[in-house]
Design a protein around this ligand. Structure first.
Ligand code: ACO
Length: 329
């Protein structure tokens, strides 16, 4: 990215709904137990949106904090990108709904769909708008209300997901800082492994689709697991190479929080000590597009990054997709 403006993160904010659903709660809903969930996934609890909360409401709370941390007001925003697979409505986009709620009158706004990789896709998109000079700043949010598309009678999926939003403001940063590289990818052939079939133009919603539970997430967990372990490794290697870095340079590893075993397998490959890896899957479960920004923002709030640290984010998700980035904090 020579001759282009360096772009980095200049503000952060996060939000999770108040209500907590524990493994003990789930034991009363489906045939499962805390031991199975913790040993197979590392998840202990997840946050669930209130009935009157939609994705844009979670985004709003995170965005207000991110704006405050950047020392900005909403009317200064040039662009809003929301990565989500659970928008408030098909249209208007959740980004447009948020633009109105924030009063970000000058901002262009759109949603982006890349499931759990969506936040990294959003960062790359916004970085390019700013580095080329088209915009000076952008609000990028990863947010999902997966509870709204989860079948709470299906133990294969309902233990895995939670709701939340993580927001960052991107802007110009000093030379040598900010995003060093991105690696985005897709394997559309694996789309059937993780999907929500009904409600689109292929299969419009009907009483039949509801009866058949096609408005809920379907996932082939074992196959997604294999894909995840594979691409976490290849994407990490590729994004480090593009940045001219090695695994020894990583100060903080921020992986998608889907399953502790997937994270541990990546840590072993990278030979990373636990203090260099952000793990909060135990508290939030898999929050899809919100997962990486929730982990990143939480690490920032805990003071785990200092200026000049090399941060590596990597995620995978429906599509199938993956996304990774190397960032100098
Ligand atoms: N409680 C108790 N038993 C369960 C539960 C549960 N909640 N869920 C499944 N089981 C059972 C299964 O029925 C199966 O029983 P069987 O052998 O009699 O059929 C057994 O446990 C083992 O099932 P596996 O699928 O082999 O379990 P595995 O160790 O693979 O773990 C899991 C399953 C946790 C889903 C894992 O495969 C995984 O994490 N996959 C990746 C998921 C992921 O990362 N998805 C990201 C996508 S998110 C997005 O984009 C929205």
């Amino acid at each position: 990215m020579n001759n282009l403006r360096p772009v980095g993160i200049i503000g952060t904010g996060k939000y999770v709904p108040e209500k907590i659903l524990t493994n003990a709660d789930l034991e009363k809903m489906v045939e499962t137990n805390d031991e199975w969930i913790v040993s197979r996934t590392g998840i202990r609890e997840r946050h669930i949106a209130a009935p009157d909360q939609a994705t844009s409401d979670l985004c709003y709370e995170a965005a207000v904090k991110a704006l405050a941390s950047a020392g900005m007001t909403a009317d200064q925003l040039d662009l809003i990108i929301i990565a989500t697979v659970t928008p408030d409505t098909f249209f208007p986009s959740t980004a447009c709904i948020l633009q109105d709620k924030l009063g970000a009158k000058q901002a262009a706004a759109f949603d982006l769909s890349a499931a759990c990789s969506g936040f990294v896709y959003g960062l790359a998109t916004a970085r390019n708008f700013i580095s080329t000079g088209m915009y000076n700043n952008a609000l990028v949010i990863g947010a999902d209300c997966l509870s709204r598309i989860t079948d709470y009678t299906d133990r294969n999926t309902c233990v895995l997901f939670g709701d939340g939003a993580g927001a960052v403001i991107l802007g110009e940063v000093p030379e040598g800082r900010g995003f060093q590289s991105f690696d985005l990818g897709a394997e559309g052939a694996g789309g059937n492994l993780l999907k929500l079939e009904a409600g689109g133009s292929r299969m419009p919603s009907s009483t039949q689709t509801v009866e058949d539970k096609k408005h809920y997430i379907y996932m082939n967990g074992r196959e997604v697991f294999k894909f995840a372990v594979r691409v976490m490794n290849t994407a990490t290697e590729d994004v480090l190479k593009k940045a001219g870095k090695t695994k020894e340079d990583i100060d903080l590893f921020v992986p998608h929080q889907a399953n502790i075993r997937i994270i541990q397998s990546a840590m072993e490959r990278l030979n990373l000590s636990p203090d260099k890896c952000v793990v909060n899957v135990d508290k939030y479960a898999n929050t899809s597009a919100a997962s990486i920004p929730l982990a990143l923002v939480e690490a920032a709030e805990q003071g785990r990054m200092k200026e000049g640290d090399c941060v590596l984010m990597v995620g995978f998700g429906g599509g199938l997709t993956w996304g990774a980035s190397v960032l100098i904090w």
